[in-house]
Write a protein that binds this ligand. Structure first.
Ligand code: PMP
Length: 393
């Protein structure tokens, strides 16, 4: 076999990616074990039947051919209206590209703003695909380290240092894996750094409907940021449409024009019946979105109560998204060590913090994606297990 490209064989970088626990848990389930899986970010409900019905009707109505590459006009308009209403930033159809999910948007955005070899910065801990996305786009990853004691918010000094000579900064609020929602002051600091260095900001806002404390602020709304910000949106989390692969990029018209060229030569757009279903979902209104987000808010409250009853495991304050990050350093184990031991002893699967970057070492991420009763039982077992380890340490 001829050699594969360096780009593709080095996509995942080197070293442990921390996904062993996830795959071990899946293997245990396949072998018939009862494992509580709190690993990946997927709802425990499915896409609403009304959205599926719209998809079905669209497909039967003939929307199974090539759809317009930038997205159908009605959906681009709907996204523009939504983004304008939520952020206050004037937004038109020309500012919107429909993409096959937020993931494709992240890749396209980096392709658009990073030349080969450019430095692309993101905040550690980070969503697992970020380093691979940057490498796939031919750029070099560089992280902004953060501290658990600061709620994993990026601090000005670390940001300034990481952004030196960089082309882009990628942020994610509400955050996966930390649950942080960036306050206005943090976002203003980020905007200052990005403007001063004439960089692009890529703002991953796929969890923007899942905020429990405070409010989501899109950095595109800050002064002089609309011209240098690409917002990544998705219906995966807001409408429980993970498998439908539908999202968008919002940005300056000239950038969107170039991104349409990229889409023409890569994805060639998103199926028309998926877009019609997305349009239906967006028009269904805020009530459906609130209903889909509600279980995570309830479970976050359960987590706060359970963790509040003990002293060994510390919960990082979570204001949004479907995860809680737990500091397990008092057990004497690494996040990876703890997650493996928890799986073996209690049949509970959580993600080691290390799989999201060095800043989350000694932590585990718990996805709040099982029913409330099971979630509470799992957290109680986790805390008891940690207490046992701490006593022995
Ligand atoms: N960004 C973040 C932070 C995510 O957690 C995810 C999915 N887990 C994505 C982007 C991509 O989501 P999708 O491609 O399903 O829209």
């Amino acid at each position: 076999m001829p050699a594969l490209s360096h780009r593709i064989t080095t996509l995942n970088g080197d070293g442990s990616d921390g996904w062993d626990v996830f795959y071990r848990a899946r293997a245990m389930v396949a072998a018939g074990h009862d494992v509580t899986e709190l690993t990946i970010g997927e709802h425990d409900i499915r896409t609403d039947p009304s959205i599926l019905n719209a998809m079905h009707q669209s497909a039967l109505g003939g929307h199974t051919g090539y759809a317009l590459v930038p997205g159908i006009a009605a959906l681009r308009d709907e996204v523009a209206t939504r983004v304008q209403a939520r952020s206050g930033v004037p937004t038109l159809r020309e500012n919107v590209l429909i993409t096959p999910g937020g993931q494709a948007g992240l890749f396209a955005a980096h392709m658009a703003v990073c030349a080969p070899g450019d430095i692309a910065v993101y905040v550690d801990p980070y969503y697992a695909t970020y380093p691979g996305v940057v490498r796939a786009a031919g750029a070099q990853p560089r992280v902004v380290a953060t501290r658990s004691s600061q709620g994993f918010l990026p601090e000005r000094v670390a940001l300034e240092a990481a952004c030196e000579g960089a082309a882009s900064l990628l942020i994610n609020t509400p955050n996966n894996p930390t649950g942080a929602v960036y306050p206005r002051a943090t976002l203003q600091g980020i905007a200052d750094v990005v403007r001063a260095r004439d960089m692009w900001l890529i703002s991953d806002e796929v969890y923007d409907t899942q905020v429990w404390d405070g409010a989501h602020l899109s950095p595109r709304a800050l002064p002089a940021m609309a011209e240098r910000t690409l917002v990544i949106g998705s219906m995966s989390k807001s409408h429980a449409m993970t498998g439908s692969r539908i999202g968008w990029i919002v940005g300056p018209e000239v950038a969107i024009e170039s991104l349409i060229d990229l889409a023409t030569n890569t994805t060639y757009g998103v199926p028309g019946y998926i877009q019609d279903a997305a349009l239906f979902g967006l028009r269904a209104g805020a009530e459906l979105e609130a209903e889909i987000a509600a279980p995570f808010q309830r479970r976050r409250a359960i987590a706060e109560r359970m963790l509040g009853e003990q002293q060994v495991v510390r919960m990082i304050p979570a204001q949004g998204a479907m995860y809680v990050m737990l500091d397990v350093r008092a057990t004497g184990l690494s996040g990876e060590g703890f997650a493996n031991a928890l799986l073996d002893t209690c049949a509970i699967a959580v993600m080691p913090g290390e799989s999201f970057g060095a800043s989350a070492a000694g932590h585990v991420r718990v996805a709040m994606t099982v029913d409330d009763a099971r979630f509470e039982t799992a957290l109680r077992s986790l805390c008891d297990f940690a207490a046992g380890l701490a006593k022995a340490a």
